[in-house]
Design a protein around this ligand. Structure first.
Ligand SMILES: *[C@@H]1O[C@H](CO)[C@@H](O)[C@H](O)[C@H]1NC(C)=O
Ligand SMILES: *[C@@H]1O[C@H](CO)[C@@H](O)[C@H](O)[C@H]1NC(C)=O
Ligand SMILES: *[C@@H]1O[C@H](CO)[C@@H](O)[C@H](O)[C@H]1NC(C)=O
Ligand SMILES: *[C@@H]1O[C@H](CO)[C@@H](O)[C@H](O)[C@H]1NC(C)=O
Ligand SMILES: *[C@@H]1O[C@H](CO)[C@@H](O)[C@H](O)[C@H]1NC(C)=O
Length: 474
């Protein structure tokens, strides 16, 4: 018996059954033969207590007294459905595992029956917060496999202060209009994997709060819901950080967001870095790609309007599909802490409304874009596409116009070419408009540059109508 197979266990599982309002029955694992000596195998006792609890006609509680129990193979395999009370209470958790090592949860349905609480919240009455259906807390080496989590009052699952947790082949579902029913929320945890799962909820499909590191999310269908989010970070003091997260092979359908990073417009410090988003399909998503560092829902307590969270080294690669709104890429970063090393690679998004082209928005962000449409100028007066966001954010160069005959114009594009709050650092040019020294006709008008900051820029403001590289031709 390996020493590292001895786990300290404290499990409190509460399952409340529909048909009964009687007092809770308690199933103490010690009564089923569990020994708190850390050596004897208590697996059988735990399973016996669990299965008795599941058979109970009354509200049931599996109780593990304090102590160290050795579990050779801890597994809870369920083919049935566990339902919560239809009536909400002031509790904020329903089923929770605390200080568990080596837990396996396989199969079955866990139904939080949140409908009554959602109705209370929607009616604007004073109602409790609601319970998170399944909580994994302070635990290590946990596998959750083929679980169906439905209609939780609040979050369906929370993983906190834990390491090495895998959730696979599972389904989380609640109606798109159910309030705060996040799918899986993770914080202060390391090495979490969520794979091969479908999540449809009224809030984030997956949300990652402070302290999430080395996390892998793959093959997820999300929607309805609010997307896969990092954040909100920066609401409280102390360093809040998220690092090394990979999100790949995802499909978003009708969601509010796709891939999102969100921080409060507050000074609290922290960082988000080493994030890779790869191979995402967007079906009619409001904000397919969004970094929002100006989150301030109540417009109070956001005195500086500059987030202290530094976002860097974030890659979006192979993102395709449709945006429900015109702005398919929104990079709205902190004026005091601009985003850096943002990489956009092969982004193919169209506006599903179809009438206007998809656009991008960029503020205080720098990085590179490749394989991203960037029709700054066309021969047609209705130039609307400015899709590579760094064109408006970083380089801010219009032109060169006039290199071919026939009229070329950038007309009345104040909507697409409003360049706001850009920071230029050691660039060759700041805001530039450049035309060739040819006789070809055209015009540039309706351009607005707002609030630029120049740091050591060679040509901060430059209109150059004498552009003639090589000094050939005219
Ligand atoms: C839920 O509340 C209703 C109405 O107050 C009550 O009749 C019912 O017994 C309660 N059910 C449970 C399981 O508590
Ligand atoms: C996820 O699904 C793929 C394809 O079906 C499979 O190859 C892979 O083993 C699954 N991963 C896990 C962790 O279940
Ligand atoms: C990043 O996280 C993955 C797991 O998602 C892990 O395999 C990898 O080693 C981590 N990278 C670093 C540099 O820690
Ligand atoms: C950027 O993040 C990726 C993914 O975590 C990592 O492999 C890479 O080393 C990071 N690059 C830098 C320059 O830190
Ligand atoms: C410029 O565009 C705006 C917004 O699209 C529109 O309302 C306005 O009529 C246009 N002005 C001209 C002169 O075309």
């Amino acid at each position: 018996m390996a020493k590292n197979a001895v786990y300290s266990l404290l499990i409190l599982i509460t399952t409340t059954f529909i048909s009964s309002v009687q007092a809770q029955a308690s199933f103490n694992v010690v009564d089923y033969g569990a020994k708190s000596d850390g050596v004897s195998d208590s697996a059988g006792a735990f399973l016996a207590a669990w299965s008795e609890a599941c058979r109970s006609r009354q509200p049931a509680n599996v109780y593990v007294p304090p102590g160290t129990y050795y579990i050779s193979t801890a597994g809870l395999v369920s083919a049935g459905t566990i339902v919560a009370s239809p009536n909400f209470s002031a509790d904020n958790k329903w089923i929770s595992f605390l200080h568990v090592g080596g837990l396996r949860l396989t199969g079955g349905t866990i139904d939080g029956r949140g409908q009554e609480l959602w109705a209370c919240k929607k009616a604007g009455k004073s109602c409790p917060h609601g319970s998170t259906a399944l909580i994994i807390d302070h635990s290590n080496n946990v596998v959750i496999d083929r679980i169906n989590l439905v209609n939780s009052e609040m979050f369906h699952m929370a993983i906190q202060r834990s390491n090495d947790v895998t959730i696979r082949s599972s389904i989380v579902s609640a109606p798109g209009d159910s309030p705060n029913t996040d799918g899986i929320h993770i914080h202060n945890s390391n090495n979490i994997a969520i794979v091969n799962s479908t999540i449809t909820t009224g809030d984030d499909c997956i949300s990652m709060g402070p302290g999430v590191t080395n996390t892998w999310i793959e093959n997820i269908n999300c929607g309805p819901g609010h997307g896969i989010s990092i954040g909100s970070l920066g609401q409280s003091s102390g360093v809040e950080a998220v690092e090394n997260v990979t999100v790949r092979e995802t499909t978003f359908t009708g969601t509010q967001n796709g891939l999102r990073i969100k921080t409060w417009a507050q000074r609290n410090v922290g960082y988000v870095r080493g994030i890779v988003y790869q191979n995402a399909v967007m079906n009619n998503v409001d904000n397919p790609i969004i970094i929002d560092q100006n989150y301030c829902p109540t417009d109070k307590d956001c005195p500086t309007q500059g987030s202290g969270i530094k976002i860097s080294n974030v890659t979006f690669s192979n993102v395709r599909g449709t945006s429900a709104t015109e702005v398919a890429i929104k990079l709205d970063c902190s004026p005091t802490n601009p985003c850096t090393e943002i990489v956009l690679d092969n982004i193919r998004l169209t506006h599903s409304g179809g009438v206007t082209a998809a656009k991008s928005f960029c503020r205080h962000a720098s990085g590179t874009a490749s394989g991203v449409p960037s029709k700054r100028i066309s021969h047609n007066q209705n130039v609307q596409i400015l899709f590579d966001p760094f064109l408006s954010c970083e380089k801010c160069s219009i032109g060169s116009l006039g290199s071919s005959s026939g009229q070329q114009g950038v007309d009345n594009v104040t909507v697409t070419v409003t360049v706001t709050g850009t920071t230029f650092t050691r660039t060759q040019n700041g805001q530039q408009i450049k035309t060739r020294a040819y006789l070809n006709e055209g015009y540039v008008m309706g351009i607005i540059y707002e609030d630029p900051i120049m740091n050591d820029v060679a040509n901060p403001i430059i209109i150059d109508q004498k552009y003639c590289p090589g000094n050939v031709d005219k």
